[in-house]
Design a protein around this ligand. Sequence first.
Ligand SMILES: [Zn+2]
Length: 51
Amino acid sequence: MLYFVQDNKIHRFPVPKRCGCIRKNEPLRDTIPHDTEECVYCMRFWPGEDR
Ligand SMILES: [Zn+2]
């Protein structure tokens, strides 16, 4: 799983449809930094979704 930070929020990459944010030049990373908020659309478990 890869992640990126945008507007101080951590998102998954590739971004799920329900999030709708678009990665620009943000670097991809494989760890979650502690000083960011979680994007609920990317980071929460949503029932019924395959991960
Ligand atoms: Zn997101």
